[in-house]
Design a protein around this ligand. Structure first.
Ligand SMILES: [Zn+2]
Length: 217
């Protein structure tokens, strides 16, 4: 089984995959740069930092090339600039067009975590941008498992709340130490110690939408 699978992977037709590659997916030509991270006054920075390395809140962001569609899609890796653009402008994470908006809010497709959290997803920080209706329908048709594992949510309020990224801590030297990937709110002092890779919105005033109602068969 494993051999057959890996052989199949070697013959992936990248051109055929291109139309099905989500907007926020990274491509192999979009390698992230790894600038040297140094400790500055009460936080971190890049050794060769420029004005483009921080957002309007003063948070440091990963650097990456923008070469969408070049090389092969890296489905497990989200492109930081496209994620940030889609999240900020409420664009669909799959096609990059406007996400679906209705009277009862903007549409998100989320992994179903209702079991562990009674009020889920109220006040949850999400780093996956929203979706549009046609993409929910296509995804649902192509991936029947989605109907089991995913929930459609409309959020009336969805303020930008912070970032997801790699948090560092001081070592008492010029070289801080990476600790963990996590969400950090903009008002948290830890936001001076993070290299952000995704923008986070907080979902409020949420309503769960049955997928079947969005995807009439
Ligand atoms: Zn879409």
């Amino acid at each position: 089984m494993a051999t057959a699978h890996s052989r199949a992977e070697q013959h992936v037709n990248v051109a055929a995959l291109r139309p099905f590659t989500p907007y926020i997916t990274s491509w192999s030509a979009e390698r992230a740069e790894r600038p040297t991270v140094v400790e500055r006054r009460s936080g971190i920075g890049y050794l060769d930092e420029t004005v483009y390395d921080r957002d309007r809140h003063g948070v440091l962001w990963v650097r990456s090339l923008v070469r969408q569609g070049h090389g092969e899609p890296r489905f497990a890796i989200v492109h930081p600039l496209r994620q940030r653009r889609a999240m900020r402008q409420l664009l669909c994470n799959v096609c990059g067009g406007p996400a679906d908006r209705a009277e009862d809010g903007v549409l998100w497709l989320l992994s179903d975590l209702r079991d562990g959290w009674p009020s889920w997803p109220e006040r949850m920080g999400v780093n996956e941008p929203p979706v549009c209706l046609p993409c929910v329908r296509v995804a649902s048709r192509m991936c029947p498992a989605l109907r089991k594992g995913a929930v459609a949510v409309r959020a009336r309020e969805h303020p930008i709340a912070g970032v997801h990224g790699l948090v560092y801590r001081t070592t008492g030297t010029v070289s801080p130490e990476p600790v963990e990937h996590t969400n950090v709110a903009y008002e948290d002092p830890a936001s001076r110690w993070v290299v952000a890779s995704k923008l986070v919105r907080e979902l409020r005033d949420c309503a769960l939408i049955p997928l079947e109602s969005l995807c009439p068969s």
